[in-house]
Ligand binder design. Structure first.
Ligand code: HEM
Ligand code: NAG
Ligand code: NAG
Ligand code: NAG
Ligand code: NAG
Ligand code: MG
Length: 326
C-alpha cells in the first residue's frame, strides 16, 4: 500500500494537472488531430505546450486523466511516436500526430480530410455531420458505427484523393470505440451525447455535466473486445467487413492475432481474442488483415499474417517498422 502510494507520487502528472483547471492553448502551444490528447494538455495532464511528450509522460497522463492502464498507455504512445519525423525519436508533439497518412486518416469525425484543409483544426461542419448520427441522449456503439460509416461514405464521394491505410482504418475504428467507452461507460458501451458534444467542441472533460474519471481501470481487453463488436456492427449495417481500408483486404482465413515470440523476430499466429459478447456469432470469413502488437519499449509491428493458418510461425530477419499494422 505504502510502496504503491510512493510509486504513484513519483510517476504522476505535473502537480498543476487538474480536472478543475482548464486553459485553452496559447498561440505557441502545439495541438493535434486527437481531441483527447488536446484535452489532456488543456487540463495539464500532458504538457500544456503539447510538446516533447515521452512514453512516461503519455502513460501517466492517460492514467491520471482517464484511468487507462499504463501498459496500454505505453502501447498507444508507441504508435504516436512514429509520427515524429525525427529519426529514432523518443517523444512527439501533438501536431506531429496530424502528419497525414501515418496515423492521421481521412474521414475523421471532427476534422476535414487533408485534401480540403487542416487535419488538426476542429471543423464544425464535419462535426455537424457526425452529430446527426447520435440520435438519442444516450449514444450507443451502433450510433458511433453509423457516424463513422457515414463519414467514410462522404469522404469517398467528395475527396478525389481519399485514402485509408489499414492502420488508418484500425485507428478510425479505435477512435469511434474510444469516445464511447473511455468517455462513457465501458460496461454498457454507451455515452451521454451532451458529454461528447462538450468534449469535441471545447476539448475539455465534461465534469460540469457529470463526467468522472472511471473507477476501474481501462484495460487492453476492454478495447479489443469492443473493437471487434464495432467491426461487427459496421458489417451488419453495410453488408461488408469494414467501411474503410480493411475492405480491400478480404481473405479466406479467420482473423488472427499475432504475438512475437522469443527473441523478437519469431511471430506466432493465433486466433483473435473472443469478443466480449460471447453470444454474438464469430464472422464466417475474415474481413481484413491480421493485426499484431508487441508490448515492449521498442515498437515492433508487422503485417505478415495474411493468408497464414493459425498456429504457424513466421520468422522475420529484420526489425519491423510501423506500417499497416491492422
Ligand atoms: C497516446 C495515445 C493516443 C494517440 C497517439 C492518439 C492519436 C490520435 C490520432 C493520430 C488521431 C487522428 C486520427 C484522425 O482522425 O485522422 C486521433 C483521433 C482521435 N482520438 Fe486519439 N490518440 C490517443 C489517445 C486517445 C484516447 C485515450 C482517446 C479517448 C477518447 C482518443 C480519442 C480520439 C478520437 C475520438 C479521435 C477522432 C477524432 C476525429 O475523428 O475527429 N484518443 N488520435
Ligand atoms: C495493465 O495491463 C497489463 C498488460 O495487459 C497487465 O499485465 C497489468 O496487470 C495491468 N495492470 C493493472 C493494474 O491491471
Ligand atoms: C537510429 O538508430 C539506428 C539503430 O540503432 C542507428 O543505426 C542510427 O544511426 C540512428 N540514427 C540517428 C540519427 O541517431
Ligand atoms: C471544413 O470542412 C469542409 C468540408 O470538408 C471544407 O469544405 C472546409 O474548407 C473546412 N473548413 C476549414 C476551415 O478547413
Ligand atoms: C450479444 O449478441 C447477441 C447476438 O448478436 C444480441 O442479441 C445480444 O443483445 C448481445 N448482448 C449484449 C449484451 O450486447
Ligand atoms: Mg483525419
Amino acid at each position: 500500500m505504502k510502496l504503491a502510494a510512493i510509486a504513484t507520487i513519483l510517476s504522476a502528472s505535473p502537480a498543476w494537472a487538474s480536472f478543475d483547471k482548464w486553459t485553452p492553448p496559447g498561440p505557441y502551444d502545439a495541438r493535434g488531430p486527437c481531441p483527447m490528447l488536446n484535452t489532456l494538455a488543456n487540463h495539464g495532464f500532458l504538457p500544456h505546450d503539447g510538446k516533447d511528450i515521452t512514453r512516461e509522460i503519455a502513460a501517466n497522463a492517460l492514467f491520471d486523466g482517464l484511468h487507462i492502464n499504463k501498459t496500454l498507455g505505453g502501447f498507444l504512445f508507441d504508435f504516436g511516436v512514429t509520427t515524429n519525423p525525427k529519426p529514432n525519436a523518443t517523444s512527439f508533439s501533438l501536431n506531429d500526430l496530424g502528419n497525414h497518412n501515418i496515423l492521421e486518416h481521412d474521414a475523421s469525425l471532427s476534422r476535414t480530410d487533408a485534401y480540403f484543409g487542416s487535419t488538426i483544426a476542429f471543423n464544425q461542419s464535419i462535426f455537424d455531420e457526425t452529430k446527426t448520427h447520435w440520435t438519442a441522449e444516450t449514444v450507443t456503439l451502433q450510433m458511433s458505427a453509423n457516424a463513422r460509416t457515414a463519414r467514410v461514405k462522404t469522404s469517398k464521394a467528395t475527396n478525389p484523393e481519399y485514402s485509408m491505410s489499414n492502420l488508418g482504418d484500425g485507428f478510425s475504428l479505435g477512435e469511434s470505440v474510444a469516445y464511447v467507452i473511455i468517455i462513457g461507460d465501458k460496461k454498457t458501451a454507451t455515452v451521454k451525447r451532451s458529454w461528447l458534444e462538450w468534449f469535441f467542441q471545447h476539448e475539455q472533460l465534461p465534469q460540469h455535466l457529470g463526467w468522472k474519471r472511471a473507477e476501474t481501470s481501462f484495460e487492453r481487453e476492454d478495447l479489443d473486445g469492443h473493437l471487434q463488436r464495432m467491426r461487427e456492427l459496421t458489417a451488419e449495417r453495410t453488408g461488408q467487413a469494414s467501411a474503410g481500408g480493411a475492405r480491400k483486404c478480404r481473405r479466406q482465413v479467420p482473423r488472427c492475432h499475432i504475438s512475437i515470440v522469443g527473441s523478437g523476430n519469431k511471430i506466432l499466429l493465433r486466433p483473435r481474442p473472443r469478443p466480449l459478447n460471447r453470444s454474438s456469432p464469430a464472422p464466417s470469413i475474415d474481413p481484413g488483415p491480421c493485426f499484431c502488437h508487441h508490448d515492449s519499449v521498442l515498437t515492433n509491428f508487422a503485417f505478415l499474417g495474411q493468408n497464414r493458418p493459425f498456429g504457424s510461425t513466421i520468422c522475420a530477419t529484420t526489425r519491423f517498422k510501423l506500417h499497416d499494422a491492422f
